[in-house]
Design a protein around this ligand. Structure first.
Ligand code: PMP
Length: 433
């Protein structure tokens, strides 16, 4: 019995340290039930609700339910809007051939995967999708799981532990950060895209850690700029680190045929240890994927909790949508070209109109329009009143004083939509009371 207790204590210690709470806090607390007012977000939510209360004249722009498909436009309560707030980058979500593939998959396999894939939940489409994703991205192997967010958390959490070091761009997506926290590894953020800073950190800290993982995004989801891939590859090779690239926004959109940042920079995929992508953007579906060396992917496939272990596989409908979208992406490269032209045009016109797009790279389908914190919510509401949806992003999602209207470009936009939107933004920002 004491043996079991000791073992249990040891295990608990491990779990505690992996979530960053090695010891009980020193303070003592009254045994009262937790209160929501302890959460700073609770006050934030209340002030938002106050701002958008009935009679305020402002429409709450969050959780707006659409009643039809979404591309360059969407419909809410019988009204059509131009939208710059969705990830249907290539317009494949409502393509009749994608819809057809989904109908057929549901007819054939039903609505859910059935179980964890290893033990009864595998359908033929899972392996087909993985093989074609590996082929498209140019990596040896791929695996697909239920969410992009959970893929990052699971894989980073699994691959590293307290002896290791994670160096990540300060703008890394929250899912990567949560993976790093879960791993228990030492975590250091380097200033955005600052490769000299990354090099300094590697020189200073690499030797104190068993493994080092560098985590970057292909295209940064708030800024629309790209990682300096050739430089980061050179650094990871010189310092014996692993490199993981989150290509949630760049796979399907960046590079001459949408294959992502390796294609854009002419870097060999064999120089990247792990690339993460999501099916919820260009691939018109839902789920996350990883591509890399066969041996590594196979290890993750069998043993990484939260990917295919302890988690059910993606549904037949989602697998079919992603597979059909991927095939169309390859057959119709003009979609990627159209998307990149639209993104280039939007950015060029925004700058010509005196708007600040920060470091957005021409052709990348995320364009931030910088705006002061106070103006952001008002601008979003006024655009909405005038038939345009584009969401403001503010602290804590982006740094203080870096509020922006973040615009996602789609291949479904046309010149008129782009012009109308920018005219409206200029009018609203120059005539704000
Ligand atoms: N990585 C990045 C960079 C993202 O922007 C997102 C979500 N937008 C994710 C991962 C998570 O992907 P998903 O939404 O498919 O869970």
């Amino acid at each position: 019995m004491p043996q079991t207790k000791k073992k249990l204590e040891e295990l608990l210690g491990k779990v505690r340290s992996s979530i960053g709470c090695q010891q009980a806090p020193a303070a003592t607390y009254k045994p009262v039930p937790p209160s929501l007012s302890d959460y700073p977000e609770h006050a934030l939510l209340q002030s938002m609700q106050q701002l958008y209360r009935e009679g305020s004249g402002l429409r709450n722009p969050y959780f707006l339910p659409r009643s039809a498909e979404v591309g360059g436009t969407l419909r809410i309560e019988e009204k059509d809007y131009i939208t710059f707030s969705n990830y249907n980058y290539l317009g494949l979500s409502h393509d009749p051939r994608v819809r057809q593939a989904v109908h057929e998959a549901v007819d054939r396999y039903g609505c859910h995967a059935g179980a964890a894939r290893m033990v009864g939940g595998e359908i033929e489409l899972h392996a087909q999708l993985e093989a074609e994703l590996a082929d498209f991205t140019g990596f040896e192997d791929a695996l697909v799981s239920v969410g992009g967010y959970s893929t990052n958390v699971a894989v980073i959490g699994y691959l590293l532990d307290r002896r290791d070091l994670i160096l990540h761009d300060e703008y890394m997506h929250n899912s990567g950060l949560m993976g790093a926290v879960m791993s228990g590894a030492r975590r250091i953020a380097f200033p955005h895209n600052d490769m000299d800073a990354l090099e300094r950190l590697l020189r200073e800290h690499r030797s104190q850690h068993r493994r080092t993982l560098i985590v970057v995004e292909g295209a940064y989801s708030m800024d629309g700029d790209l990682v300096d891939l050739p430089r980061v590859v050179e650094l990871k090779q010189r310092h014996g680190a692993w490199l993981m690239v989150d290509e949630a926004h760049s796979c399907g959109t960046v590079g001459a045929t949408g294959r992502g940042v390796c294609e854009y920079f002419g870097v060999s995929t064999s120089d990247i240890d792990l690339m993460m992508g999501t099916l919820s953007k260009s691939f018109a579906s839902c789920g996350g994927f990883l591509v890399g060396r066969r041996e590594l992917i196979d290890l993750l496939r069998h043993f990484c909790p939260g990917l295919l272990l302890y988690s059910t596989g993606i549904s037949p409908a989602n697998a079919a949508a992603a597979l059909a979208a991927l095939r169309l992406m390859r057959e119709e490269p003009e979609r990627v070209a159209k998307l990149q032209n639209n993104a280039r045009r939007f950015r060029e016109l925004a700058i010509a109109n005196g708007l600040d797009c920060r470091t957005a790279v021409p052709g990348v389908p995320i364009v931030p329009l910088m705006i002061d914190n106070d103006g952001a919510l008002k601008l979003m509401s006024r655009l909405f009143e005038n038939g345009v949806i584009a969401h403001a992003v503010m602290h804590p999602v982006v740094p203080r004083d870096a509020a922006r209207l973040r615009c996602f470009i789609s291949a479904e936009h046309d010149e008129a939509m782009i012009q109308r939107t920018l005219e409206l933004i200029v009018a609203c920002t120059t005539h704000q009371p």
